[in-house]
Design a protein around this ligand. Structure first.
Ligand code: N2P
Length: 344
């Protein structure tokens, strides 16, 4: 075949590229869907500066919100950040794709206690991002009575002075702990037992906020709450009057991970981002902005003594427990909490 204007290799490539649907090109883009207040902007910028990969960043405030948008979005996201128990459910539902571990050169930086966990025993699908707990934070200038557990928080004396994360599974688990019930075998009977207690508790809450529960405490709108440990760590850094404690009845320890959805298009970019996050100096930046429990042992060695001494980031003692995938009961929990909130 002869062309009047010879097609040069460069032009041929451009022509072929123009024929490809935009979405399948994978041309240096990464669609990241992560928790709010968790991924520092400078980390995203550093990644783009180094790789040329543009990051489109969208945020969510709960695992349930992420799942709903992911399932509705049809391949819109390349990288998501579920909690361990949600990753477990996603693996089971085939919503994640296996990772190419050869491309993750920094895996060896992770502390062994954060790898090989129940949600993904061989680390085939997930890479730990940050860990943390959900505990009680108290403004000790305002609350003078001792607070040790959930029942001390949800007291009539604290009506309208309480902030909690807006998270159904968390809320229900606090009531389960208070009743001495298991948090990982949830069924209609245990939910029926929880219902009256949780109904009372929900009436006492002033602010439900998963994005930035620290704000209501900082503003003085509330005096105590049950929040993500990283939020409590930021409060402690601001003012030592904000004290964090792990509830005596038991508390949730989460490991939030990075994972690639089954329908993702920019898979190479997603791996590059994960590997970037695994670098000690990058992971350390995440800890500086959002002081959760860093699962990266090499990054932890770069933290200052002050950062490591923050009792919310690195609590000692406490009865910590992982959440597991509870299957269909998750939807029942959501319905229960929505119900109780609307009756508030
Ligand atoms: C960050 C939310 C912490 C994640 N804003 C809780 N799993």
């Amino acid at each position: 075949m002869k062309f009047k204007t010879p097609i040069l290799p460069g032009r041929l490539a451009a022509l072929l590229l123009a024929l490809l649907p935009v979405a399948s090109r994978g041309a240096g883009q990464l669609n990241l869907f992560g928790w709010s207040e968790y991924v520092p902007q400078p980390v995203l910028e550093g990644f783009t500066r180094e790789t040329g990969i543009k990051v489109n960043f969208e945020t969510y405030s709960s695992n349930e919100e992420m799942l709903a948008k992911l399932v509705a979005g049809g391949g819109r996201y390349d990288l998501v950040q579920p909690s361990d128990y949600t990753a477990e459910a996603m693996i089971r539902r085939k919503l994640l794709q296996p990772l190419d571990r050869a491309r993750l050169t920094g895996l060896g930086n992770l502390a062994p206690e954060f790898t090989g966990r129940a949600h993904d025993p061989e680390g085939r699908y997930t890479v730990p991002y940050m860990s943390g707990s959900v505990g009680i934070v108290v403004n000790t200038e305002k609350v003078k009575t001792p607070v040790r557990g959930y029942r001390d928080v949800f007291q009539a004396a604290h009506r309208d002075r309480i902030v909690v994360v807006n998270d159904s599974r968390e809320l229900v688990s606090w009531a389960l702990y208070a009743l001495g019930q298991p948090v990982n075998t949830v069924d209609p009977a245990s939910l029926a037992r929880v219902r009256p207690l949780l109904a009372e508790w929900i009436k006492l809450v002033k602010v439900f906020d998963s994005d930035s529960p620290k704000t209501a405490l900082l503003n003085g709108d509330v005096d105590l709450g049950v929040v993500w440990s990283g939020e409590a760590a930021l409060l402690w850094r601001e003012n030592r009057k904000f004290q964090y404690l792990l509830p005596a009845e038991g508390a949730h320890q989460f490991v939030d991970v990075l994972a690639i959805p089954a329908g993702a298009r920019n898979v190479a970019e997603a791996h590059r981002f994960m590997d970037y996050i695994l670098r000690p100096e990058v992971s350390r930046q995440i800890s500086a902005a959002f002081p959760y429990t860093n699962p990266n042992a090499a990054a932890r060695r770069l933290l200052s003594p002050d950062e490591l001494a923050n009792p919310a980031s690195y609590p000692s003692g406490g009865k910590l427990e992982s959440f597991r995938d509870i299957g269909r009961a998750a939807a029942d929990i959501d319905r229960l909490v929505t119900d109780l909130k609307s009756a508030k």
